[in-house]
Design a protein around this ligand. Structure first.
Ligand SMILES: [Zn+2]
Length: 254
């Protein structure tokens, strides 16, 4: 996988997961109306027309991925991911941070949960699905830890703010989940063995491949955002980074 250095931004590189998932994010008015039109966001939106971009910032021994948009109609984490990227760009991170803000730009454009009727969080084990290609990139790049950020609506599953993980085979998943849930003050949902209750979730398939991973959920209606939901997702992302000693609050005040 080849990453290209982006001259307009200090410390930013990018590549593509695939070229068949692109979309015009700006057509999603609920999302577009809630993002800052920074130079970086405009750049990310332009690149998302041609597929699923993956971005890299910083250099270090630990390689972490912040993933969002596996469900295109879960807007809070996608907006939060852009905010983290905007905050961290140009900072000395001490780690290699990878970002996929829009796993499936086409789904986000259409404000849809699925990609061509496929639930990407049930198809990471299916060869060459978008989420499977994300998994392959994770393995190819040697990414050590994955945070997959979602939102959940009332009366859906799980329907409350929470962090999912499995204790086995990658036991650190549970430690990460415990830390994030404790620091943001939400519930933890844990399973003994990854993928035992359903197949093809990105988090589970990572865990099975020995890449510790968590799924973080904030409460928000699908296809929309509500007051505080982006901030809650952002707090989960900060906590995920904080677990690895990447203190974004301290970094931003330096
Ligand atoms: Zn989801």
């Amino acid at each position: 996988m080849h990453f290209k250095k982006i001259d307009e931004f200090e410390n930013l590189e990018m590549s593509y997961i695939c070229d068949f998932s692109g979309g015009y994010i700006s057509r999603n008015k609920q999302l577009f109306g809630n993002i800052e039109l920074s130079k970086l966001n405009q750049f990310i939106l332009e690149k998302s027309v041609f597929g699923t971009p993956i971005f890299k910032m910083g250099e270090g021994n630990k390689k972490l991925l912040i993933l969002s948009g596996i469900h295109g109609n879960e807007l809070s984490p996608q907006i939060a991911n852009l905010r983290v990227m905007n905050e961290l760009i140009g900072h000395d991170l001490g780690a290699s941070l990878y970002f996929i803000p829009f796993a499936s730009p086409k789904s986000t454009m259409n404000n849809e949960r699925t990609f061509n009727s496929m639930d990407l969080n049930r198809s990471a084990h299916i060869n060459n699905s978008v989420s499977n290609l994300i998994l392959k990139a994770i393995l190819d790049l040697g990414i050590d830890f994955v945070g997959d950020f979602h939102s959940t609506a009332l009366n859906s599953n799980p329907g409350f703010e929470s962090v999912f993980s499995s204790k086995s085979p990658s036991s650190e998943s549970f430690l990460m989940a415990n830390y994030i849930a404790g620091s943001v003050g939400c519930d933890i949902i844990s399973f003994d063995f990854a993928g035992s209750s359903y197949k093809g979730a990105v988090e589970d398939v990572c865990n099975l491949k020995r890449v510790p991973a968590v799924t973080c959920e904030v409460l928000c209606p699908f296809g929309n955002i509500v007051s505080g939901s982006v901030e809650k997702s952002l707090a989960q992302m900060r906590s995920f980074l904080d677990y690895f000693g990447i203190n974004t609050h301290q970094m931003l005040s330096d």
